[in-house]
Write a protein that binds this ligand. Structure first.
Ligand SMILES: Nc1ncnc2c1ncn2[C@@H]1O[C@H](COP(=O)(O)OP(=O)(O)OP(=O)(O)O)[C@@H](O)[C@H]1O
Ligand SMILES: [Mg+2]
Length: 313
């Protein structure tokens, strides 16, 4: 592995972390809240220049290690397909209460290099080059998948998952490797329980029986991935760009990627998708907060996830 994580200070951090109050023995900054992971930067010399993605909820140390190995695998498969990823590493921390927490490490990248920041700074031409650069990376994954490549590779292409390595060449790094989406002989390699564990019990059941397959399938379907990518600009407060993005994406599909046979996007489906998606995630977050309240305040038990205060939409 390219980054080795110093386990001792991390164990101290983990033992003292209060996920509800967001305090620990070392100060830390939260860089991003995900569905399963929280991205943090811990102020300690051992973690200088490292972003850590904390994933709780594993039933055993073995399960956490399996996810770590899958993370490694996903990184190397993406790189093999020409999708560059930041330097990485991982470590499992055993807490004294018996639970195992996985920490995925990644080279810490400058905040302004991340796509959702860059789209506010780039002019139209720059934004066009950025989305073309994203599409070219996606296309190499899709060509691999279309040619019957194993494992099948899924990806969450949202603009906040890319970092601009070099603005001139628009070379990119793909960040969101903490949810390794790989299917071997049609079987999802990640244990969906990791994802489900983050949800409150009732929602967990609903997700598992009704939506999980659909949610996962979307990351393997080029058209859906592109709709999600473009719709996400609305959340990132660039609604103004959306009609142009739809046009750019469709032109690009027609010019350079006809072999992939991807159905063009329509503006209506992008808007409609955004409305439903925004509603689902805000309901989901509210349900997690209710679960946190019941667990920590009423049952007085440990609630292990760091949650965003609110998501602006
Ligand atoms: N290596 C990094 N350096 C700097 N910031 C980062 C890094 N990795 C992630 N971030 C920040 O955290 C945000 C979320 O990270 P990431 O996309 O990896 O996870 P997620 O989408 O929150 O996760 P999940 O897969 O758990 O839903 C990013 O959009 C970025 O702003
Ligand atoms: Mg992300």
């Amino acid at each position: 592995m390219e980054i080795s994580v110093d386990i001792q200070p991390l164990k101290e951090f983990e033992e003292t972390l209060d996920p509800v109050r967001e305090t620990a023995c070392y100060p830390f900054k939260i860089l991003g809240y995900g569905e399963i992971s929280t991205v943090i930067e811990i102020e300690h010399p051992a973690f200088r220049g490292i972003a850590l993605k904390r994933i709780p909820g594993f039933p055993s140390r073995g399960a956490a290690e399996r996810h770590g190995r899958l993370y490694e695998n996903y990184n190397s498969i993406l790189r093999g397909l020409g999708v560059e990823t930041p330097e990485y590493g991982w470590v499992v921390v055993d807490r004294s209460d018996g639970s195992s927490i996985l920490y995925l490490a990644q080279k810490l990248l400058p905040a302004e290099s991340i796509g959702n920041r860059a789209i506010h700074r780039l002019d139209h031409e720059g934004n066009k080059r950025l989305i073309y650069s994203v599409i070219s990376r996606l296309a190499s994954i899709w060509r691999h998948n279309a040619s019957g490549g194993e494992p099948l590779v899924g990806i969450d292409a949202q603009i906040s998952n890319w970092s601009i390595k070099d603005p001139r060449s628009m070379e990119l790094l793909y960040l969101d490797t903490s949810t390794p989406l790989l299917r071997l002989n049609g079987v999802e390699q990640m244990d969906p329980e990791v994802f489900l564990k983050a949800a409150p019990p009732l929602i967990r059941w609903l997700l598992k029986t009704l939506f999980l397959q659909e949610i996962l399938d979307r990351y393997y379907d080029p058209h859906s991935i592109l709709v999600d990518l473009v719709a996400n600009y609305i959340k990132e407060k660039r609604r103004d760009l959306v009609p142009k993005l739809v046009k750019w994406v469709n032109e690009e599909l027609k010019t350079n990627y006809t072999d992939l046979g991807i159905r063009p996007l329509s503006l209506e489906e992008v808007y409609k998708y955004y409305k439903t998606d925004a509603r689902i995630w805000s309901i989901y977050l509210s349900s997690r907060k209710l679960h946190r309240f019941i667990t920590s305040k009423i049952l007085r038990r440990r609630y292990d996830y760091l949650l965003p205060k609110h998501i602006e939409r």
